[in-house]
Ligand binder design. Structure first.
Ligand code: MSP
Length: 507
């Protein structure tokens, strides 16, 4: 029986740059949520991919003497490789150059056109190629693009326009009636602010470039890259081809993205969907930017950090843990290697790693290497239940740092309990029942911790799971039952294993 449908997406990344920690952040957030929902038995579709049309890509390809498709083939593969390295469990990877996507884009364009929301006009505007967006004179900063601080280009073209201005009231009404449509709330307010400033129609076609999806009723034009890109989310679940599949997953879509593309997702996209007769996105989870040394990452600043460079030092789980536990989902955060090192050593090598190794060591040395019985009313039981509740509540709104923070509090509580109980002293005194009780409780706590942390640190979780003598992998377990106290079968054989998170020394 398939579970409840759950559909989660990352932005599709432009192929003009190699994957860096900013892209990885969104992708890990979506992956952790996908894995979390699978633990609940949901039928998860998890989509990521690459955005391959537009002037920016066309020019980048020309710069390298390649066709846009050759260029996109090469860079798209680097995103696939990065996600494989980071253990991303996406079920699909979409490229906007695929035939299935052309079909979906043309279907939606035609529906919006037939609804009377696309009209021909002349556009004169200042275009930032890096943003693939137009700006008004007032929006420029010293005549430069407000985001990239780069020169804009004056473009005069005959374009088709999407009548976004018609959707102001409908959008406001939608956001007023669905307070959870955008999380965190500050980002929802920002979106409402954009709409209240007034919406201008935007052009959805270009005649000056050819690298894009042809407009079905006028093939001199290709679709504006953003109009094409947003539709990827629909393409992947069969828009225009498989109505049943589309209707199953579209009402439960969750888009994960950063604030830079909030306007496109929170204003343009729901309006396009409304025009095409579809539901607006169920949920958008918007995070801030990762900065490096307080600066935006950019090719020109040479400060883009490749995930592989950090994985080499901290492992995949160390990488995943740091970004979601340390960075709050919403505000901007500054990346520093020193902070990553400190956090890794404190939370993973010390707190978690030590708990695992001391408990397994005691179990092997004092309890014959098998799981002693867990007490039904063990003193850590409440703490374990509280961690599960907090994680569940916080992940509802993508608050990973507080959610997993609660799991690390449980680890802290177990470490404190061991200090307080001094099982080694009791062992010396021959009080084996007391030792078995403390070790049993701690092993059970480790089981709960492993299960709850598994969406974030899947490799360490799988290793610890089998050391605890549990069959299969944590992802085979099902919530909420699996989180209930007492799931570790007494008598299972345990294994000490090596350090889960070896300490990392400063370079
Ligand atoms: N192709 C568009 C998205 C189309 S979605 C229909 C695009 N691509 S992008 O390659 O520029 O990726 C932007 C996204 O990458 C951000 O929204 C965010 O998810 C992620 N990030 C890129 N840099 C980032 C940081 N420095 N920090 C956090 N996330 C960042 O825009």
């Amino acid at each position: 029986m398939p579970g409840q449908p759950f559909f989660i997406t990352t932005p599709i990344y432009y192929v003009n740059a190699a994957p860096h920690i900013g892209h990885a952040y969104s992708t890990i957030a979506a992956d952790t949520m996908a894995r979390w929902r699978r633990l609940w038995g949901d039928d998860v579709v998890f989509l990521t991919g690459t955005d391959e049309h537009g002037l920016k890509i066309q020019r980048a390809a020309e710069g390298e003497g390649l066709t846009p498709l050759e260029f996109a083939d090469r860079v798209s593969q680097t995103f696939r490789d990065a996600w494989e390295l980071l253990d991303i469990s996406n079920t699909d990877f979409i490229r906007t150059t695929e035939p299935r996507h052309y079909l979906a884009v043309q279907t939606m364009l035609q529906r919006v056109y037939d609804a009377g929301d696309i009209e021909l006009g002349t556009y004169e505007g200042r275009y930032c190629v890096s943003c693939e967006a137009y700006y008004t004179e007032e929006e420029l900063v010293d005549g430069l693009c407000p985001i990239h601080l780069r020169p804009v280009e004056l473009v005069v073209e005959e374009n088709y326009f999407f009548r976004l201005s018609r959707f102001e009231d409908r959008l406001l009404e939608y956001y007023e009636n669905t307070p959870d449509a955008i999380v965190p709330p500050g980002k929802r307010n920002e979106a409402i602010g954009f709409i209240k400033q007034g919406l201008r129609d935007f052009s959805v076609s270009r005649t000056s470039i050819s690298w894009g999806v042809p407009i079905p009723w006028d093939e001199k034009h290709v679709s504006y890259v953003w109009f094409d890109a947003l539709i990827n989310y629909c393409t992947a679940i069969g828009y225009g081809t498989d109505v049943e599949q589309f209707n199953r997953y579209w009402p439960v879509v969750n888009h994960v993205l950063a604030k830079d593309i909030l306007r496109f997702h929170a204003v343009y996209w729901p309006a396009m969907l409304m025009s095409a007769g579809e539901l607006p996105p169920h949920r958008e989870a918007i995070h801030g930017f990762l900065l490096v040394g307080g600066e935006k990452m950019s090719k020109t600043a040479l400060n883009q950090i490749a995930p592989a460079d950090l994985v080499a030092d901290f492992g995949v789980d160390g990488f995943r843990y740091f970004f979601l536990a340390d960075q709050r989902f919403g505000p901007d955060g500054d990346f520093s290697y020193e902070a990553m090192l400190a956090r890794y050593n404190a939370d993973l090598a010390n707190n978690f790693g030590n708990l695992a190794s001391r408990v397994l060591n005691m179990a092997v040395n004092y309890c014959g290497g098998v799981v002693p019985a867990t007490r039904a009313d063990g003193p850590l039981r409440e703490a374990a239940a509280a961690a599960f509740t907090t994680l569940t509540v916080e992940l509802e709104s993508y608050n990973f740092s507080d959610g997993f923070g609660a799991v690390w509090e449980l680890i802290g509580a177990a470490n404190a309990y061991i200090e307080e109980q001094q099982p080694w002293a009791r062992q010396k005194a021959g009080d084996t029942d007391a030792v078995a009780a403390v070790v049993g409780d701690c092993l059970e706590t480790l089981r709960v911790v492993t299960l709850l942390a598994s969406p974030l640190i899947p490799n360490a979780a799988a290793a610890l799971w089998s050391r605890l003598g549990l069959p299969g992998r944590p992802e085979d377990a099902r919530l909420p039952d699996a989180a209930a106290w007492g799931g570790l079968p007494a008598g299972s054989p345990l294994e000490k294993g090596t350090a889960l998170f070896p300490r990392v020394d400063a370079p």
